[in-house]
Ligand binder design. Structure first.
Ligand code: ZN
Length: 405
């Protein structure tokens, strides 16, 4: 059984790896570069496992290995990796060694297309919607069609896979961004989704799609909503109303071939990038396994993640289903796991990414873990080491001990 946990570089310590090995963990994922994030969020904002650093907001753009600057001379400056100012040294190298010494599998966790600082420095490398605007706060996401983006990511993956003998390489944020709306409709969210940059326009043309035609269809949807919201007297979240919106959304997608083809094109762009980067790893470190952190399959297709296509590239899929902190239903766990198994071949592992931070309690962890044991999945991984209070960590240890394999 895969028994994993995610770890941030500021919580890494050789002794911690030894301790987690005794707790029964088989895999640890260390972030090798990281996004801007308050630790922990949403939550009490306390790093339970870090006595030196109980609070921390990570740097906007930092990597945690000794960067060989010469490799990046042809890459535009805003896309070059910058070594962390706050967490110094070759954390990645120390981590891989510590895992090896403790017979634990080392996983290099790589946030792929989310990179705030680079997009702020040059908005032209980010995704844009039908109006040319970046769809998320803080200009978070790079465009997977942009040649400079592909080149920069490939060079980083090349450097990491040449230098380190890790056991698994894990792609995170390999998707388009969510649309940050509230009181919206599923169709409006789709209409505000990216990307309409010039590189996407060209690659879409090669795929047989006229992106200007797609833009026209989406603009009509937005204009319909402008009229709708003008007449709407109050914003509604009734279950009955939401079901009606999803039925309308389903009908639109069934009948609209332009939208279907566009969604398929976006899935293709994400899979192509994942394949390109995975090939570099397999060439340099053939024993390493490849994994991807994915949105739950019921909605992943809206962000460019196609489970069938991705499972042809990777050895393992991790489904992120954080229940309590995001007020999601626990019923999502069996539903999404069974759905994923329907799309993913049996030789590809499925691991459930579960939350272990407050308000998640030891009882929640036990319930979710026991649920996982009954599902067609290969294990679990908890997010994240630093955010997990001692009581929750001890509960995980106890549950792992009960499952000997
Ligand atoms: Zn684009």
């Amino acid at each position: 059984m895969y028994k994993g946990i995610w770890m941030h570089p500021w919580d890494f310590d050789r002794d911690v790896i030894a301790e987690l090995s005794k707790f029964g963990f088989t895999h640890i994922s260390l972030a090798v570069r990281y996004i801007e994030e308050r630790q922990n969020w949403p939550g009490p904002n306390i790093i339970f496992q870090n006595f030196q650093r109980r609070t921390y907001t990570s740097e906007e753009n930092a990597v945690y290995w000794n960067v060989e600057k010469n490799r990046y001379l042809n890459i535009p400056p805003y896309l070059r990796p910058v070594q962390s100012q706050e967490i110094q040294g070759d954390v990645v190298g120390e981590f891989v060694r510590a895992c090896e010494e403790n017979s634990i599998r080392s996983v290099l966790w790589f946030p792929t297309l989310r990179w705030e600082k680079a997009v702020r420095d040059n908005p032209l490398i980010g995704v844009v919607d039908i109006y040319g605007s970046h769809p998320s706060y803080k200009r978070m996401f790079l465009c997977p069609s942009n040649p400079s983006v592909k080149e920069a990511l490939s060079t980083m993956v090349e450097e990491l896979s040449e230098k380190y003998e890790f056991d698994e390489f894990e792609f995170d944020f390999i998707r388009y961004p969510e649309i940050p709306t509230t009181y919206s409709t599923p169709l409006l969210d789709l209409a505000l989704s990216p990307c309409f940059c010039k590189y996407c326009r060209d690659e879409a043309a090669d795929y047989g799609i006229n992106l200007e035609e797609v833009r026209g269809v989406l603009k009509d949807i937005v204009e319909w909503h402008v009229q709708y919201f003008l007449r709407l007297q109050e914003y509604c979240t009734d279950l009955d109303y939401c079901e009606a919106m999803y039925l309308d959304f389903t009908k639109e997608l069934l009948e609209n071939d332009i939208l279907k083809k566009w969604l398929e094109f976006r899935e293709n762009q994400i899979s192509k990038l994942l394949l390109q980067l995975s090939k570099i790893i397999k060439r340099n470190n053939p024993k390493a396994e490849i994994s991807a952190d994915l949105y739950p399959p019921s909605g992943s297709w809206l962000l460019g993640q196609n489970y069938k296509k991705i499972s042809k590239i990777v050895d393992r899929i991790k489904i992120m289903i954080y229940v309590r902190p995001f007020k999601r239903s626990i019923c999502r766990i069996p539903y999404e796991a069974m759905l994923a198994r329907k799309f993913v071949k049996n030789n590809v592992e499925i691991v459930l990414g579960l939350a272990s931070w407050p308000p998640t309690t030891p009882e929640d962890i036990e319930r979710q873990f026991n649920m996982a044991l009954k599902l067609p999945v290969n294990g679990v991984s908890f997010y994240s080491y630093g955010w997990t209070p001692k009581g929750n960590l001890l509960k995980i240890k106890e549950l792992f001990e009960e499952v000997k394999v």
